[in-house]
Design a protein around this ligand. Structure first.
Ligand code: NCD
Length: 303
């Protein structure tokens, strides 16, 4: 199967396909979808913790009439050390029509895709990509702005470990946004500037927020750190926490986003998270629409 039959990352995803997925999600938002995936079975293979992503794939599949089989680490032979491919071969015997994979190793969904003859969707692979998150973020912005072209998007926090940051900077810069990445030096390697000439780096939060149209805040991914990347949480909060006072540097109507899970009082203050500018809950709703679009495109008869 070629890459057009999977969704493994934003890199390599053709712009017309991105536009098609956003349009499909828009249609699903307007009209309740027909059960066009009735009789299909989707395998959700989650090797890492997930709340929003797993449940939204599940809800999306069911709204389209498909059934889901969920395999999560901790409740399966994954825990006993079975290799990823052995698990996939076992589950393939259950005649699934598509596989959604989340894994702590970058490239795991690509490996699965090489060994199965059904579509594979990357639901987050290590520090690499999280394409459906970036698509739902773009979709969310487009529900509030006519176009992404020309917007300034500030992505703040643990950029280094974030697959959300990587997929978003690839997608939003492709769609014409200027992306400002901001975080402590240890969590923002200079190489990130090389992704696109529409991407810039700053270690200064105020500079990142100045005049921004969209402020995307990220969690510190402690689980991916084997060493200390900043002196203390208090120090991080003092320099990088997005508070209402600091947010005043952005445009007054700037959208505040967070992929979740958010740690209130650390990367974002509670009042910012709950402010009228926040579209954080809407991101979750839009996640279902985008995942419906992705599943319809990959598993539908006329896909
Ligand atoms: C993110 C992830 O898992 O990459 N969450 C999500 O999918 N909504 C971000 C995070 O874990 O901080």
């Amino acid at each position: 199967m070629d890459t057009a039959h999977h969704l493994l990352g934003i890199e390599g995803l053709a712009t017309p396909r991105i536009e098609h997925l956003l349009e499909l999600a828009r249609q699903f938002q307007i009209a309740p979808p027909p059960r066009s995936l009735a009789g299909k079975r989707l395998l959700l293979l989650f090797y890492e913790a997930s709340t929003r992503t797993r449940t939204s794939f599940e809800v999306a599949a069911r709204r389209l009439g498909a059934e889901t089989v969920s395999v999560t680490a901790g409740a399966s032979s994954i825990e006993k050390g079975e290799s990823l491919l052995d698990t996939v071969y076992t589950l393939r015997a259950m005649a699934v029509d598509g596989i959604v994979v989340r894994h702590s190793s970058s490239g795991a969904p690509h490996l699965v895709a090489c060994h199965v003859d059904v579509p594979v969707v990357n639901a987050g692979d290590g520090m690499h990509e999280h394409p459906t998150q970036a698509l739902l973020d773009a979709f969310t912005i487009l529900r509030h702005r006519p176009s992404i072209e020309g917007l300034t998007v500030a992505i703040i926090g643990d950029i280094l470990h974030s697959r959300v940051a990587r997929s978003n900077l690839l997608l939003l810069s492709r769609l014409g946004a200027h992306v400002r990445l901001c975080g402590p030096r240890t969590l923002l390697p200079p190489e990130f500037a090389a992704f696109s000439d529409r991407v810039s780096l700053t270690y200064d939060l105020e500079e990142a927020l100045a005049g921004a149209d969209v402020v995307m805040v990220l969690r510190i991914q402690m689980e991916r750190m084997r060493e200390s990347f900043f002196p203390s949480e208090a120090e991080y909060v003092a320099r990088y926490s997005v508070t209402s006072e600091r947010l005043r540097a952005a445009r007054p109507d700037a959208l505040v986003m967070h992929p979740g899970p958010m740690i209130r009082g650390v990367e974002i203050s509670a009042d910012v998270a709950d402010s009228p500018q926040s579209v954080i809950r809407e991101q979750v709703e839009n996640g279902v629409l985008i995942r419906m679009a992705v599943l319809r495109e990959l598993l539908g008869e006329t896909a």
